[in-house]
Write a protein that binds this ligand. Structure first.
Ligand code: 6PG
Length: 466
């Protein structure tokens, strides 16, 4: 495939751009790099695997052959629009700009339209896997016109991670579908990380285990249903000795969690599209709460509550079951969100294509993705994958242990937001009758908003004070 691809221009030689360029070069593609930063240009020229680098955007454009391919790896947001402002006057019809950054899908939608006016092709590509993935194989979520994806498929094949014989790249749908799927990937990433953090807390403050005992529990799950990249890194983290003190490094790490915005975008999208994604909302919220360190400290002193070692004989099995069920429900919410967006925007996304490429190279790679794949085509047809019996049975049979996990957290004064909200979500989603019945009556009481009846058709209003 590689011979068919003309020389590619890579704009942006930071950690991700530089490593992707090296990855492409190693895979047999011809690349020429350019960065606005002289230091990055020099580093790329002088590395152990030198890249061909030019000193200006004009030279880059002039050097590339017809049907130019420009792979953009710069900071998401305004810099991408500024770069397009410089590029577009120099490009012709059928030239292609590929944005491989963590761009907001709404920006990508706008850029696709802006480029289309000039006949320039714009592909929005979500890339997961950090520096290691960029250099040795990433998970690549491509959005845009399918025929143009086909035209440069070899580029994505070259940079993708392999799982067996399969390369972890794929067409996620037209327009901004690639960046949308990457955003949902990050939302799931937030929620699974939060579930692991809650599990850590239940072990440490709830059960009174030390870090080594906690790590041993996590390590025992490796190779089982919970097997995943995020589990693996958790085990590594809980081993790491501190260079500056005699203890483990994790004990010295501040609990204020950062976020660059993709989780919040995912919450915004879920709200806009009307898809319940409580795990992602709770995970983002918890990072926000972590930032209120002073408030937490003050309230901890006045709360009068004490976390205490909790009697919980079946904790080992309960945590394994609860965590697995919580992860499945999180993925189910993310998939529903992608499905709804695809319907709303007419992207033609195949959920199985996303699941397939998430199996390697990306942060949320996990054994449970095989379970999702084994469910077949049917997952594309349902509002939620929970409606696939083989999937929901995996969850419902763990509901008891999962409830004990939430119970342990609550009775122990420990925050378990994602465990708890996902269980509430499951209970709501599987309730034939919800108390929203009362909400409808209240709305009608104070606002004459009307209600429907269960026993007859029509719209009703009552004088509730009678
Ligand atoms: C990936 C990651 C990557 C990054 C996120 C998370 O797929 O390689 O998701 O994109 O880790 O930007 O960042 P925050 O936690 O800072 O929001």
């Amino acid at each position: 495939m590689a011979e068919q691809i003309p020389t590619i221009g890579i704009i942006g030689l930071g950690v991700m751009g530089y490593n992707l360029a090296l990855n492409m070069q190693t895979s047999g593609l011809n690349v020429i790099g350019y960065s606005i930063s002289e230091a990055e240009r020099n580093q790329a020229r002088g590395g152990t695997e030198p890249l061909r680098v030019v000193d200006s955007l004009e030279t880059l454009i002039a050097t590339l052959p017809e049907q130019k391919i420009l792979f953009v790896m710069i900071t998401a947001g305004a810099p991408v629009d500024e770069l397009l402002g410089q590029l577009l006057p120099c490009l012709s019809s059928s030239d292609m700009v590929i944005d491989g950054g963590n761009s907001n899908y709404l920006d990508t939608q706008r850029r696709v339209a802006r480029c289309a006016e000039l006949g320039v092709v714009f592909l929005g590509v979500g890339i997961s896997g950090g520096e290691e993935g960029a250099r040795h194989g990433a998970s690549v979520m491509v959005g845009g016109d399918k025929k143009h994806f086909d035209r440069v498929e070899a580029v994505f094949d070259a940079i993708a991670c392999r799982v067996g014989d399969e390369a972890c790249y794929g067409w996620m749908g037209s327009s901004s579908a690639g960046h949308f799927v990457k955003m949902v990937h990050n939302g799931i990433e937030y929620a699974v990380m939060q579930l692991l953090a809650e599990t850590y807390d239940l072990c440490r403050r709830g059960l009174g285990l030390n870090i080594t005992e906690t790590r041993d529990w996590f390590a025992k799950q490796q190779g089982g249903p919970l097997d995943s990249y995020l589990l693996d890194i958790t085990v590594d983290i809980l081993k790491k000795q501190d260079d500056l003190t005699s203890g483990l490094l994790i004990e010295q790490v501040s609990d204020i969690a950062g976020q660059k915005g993709t989780g919040r975008w995912c919450v915004d999208a879920a709200m806009t599209l009307g898809v319940p994604a409580p795990a992602i909302i709770a995970a983002v919220t918890e990072r926000q709460i972590s930032g209120s360190a002073q408030t937490r400290q003050t309230l901890a002193q006045v709360s009068g509550r004490r976390s205490k070692a909790y009697e919980w004989d079946t904790w080992q099995e309960d945590l394994a079951d609860g965590l697995y069920a919580g992860m499945l429900v999180t993925f189910a919410q993310g998939l529903s969100l992608i499905r709804q967006a695809s319907q709303e925007y007419n992207w033609g996304t195949d959920l199985r294509a996303a699941i397939r490429l998430w199996r390697g190279g990306c942060i949320i790679r996990a054994a449970l993705l095989e379970t999702l794949l084994s469910l077949g085509e049917t997952i594309n047809e349902q509002e939620t994958v929970l409606l696939v019996p083989a999937f929901s049975q995996e969850i419902f049979r763990r509901a008891g242990p999962w409830a004990r996990v939430v119970n342990a957290g609550v009775l122990n004064d420990l925050p378990v937001p994602v465990y708890a909200i996902n269980l509430a979500y499951l209970n709501s989603m599987s309730s034939e009758r919800l108390p929203t019945q009362l909400i409808q009556a209240q709305r009608d009481y104070f606002g004459a908003h009307t209600f429907k009846r269960l026993d007859r058709d029509g719209v009703f209003h009552a004088d509730w004070q009678e």
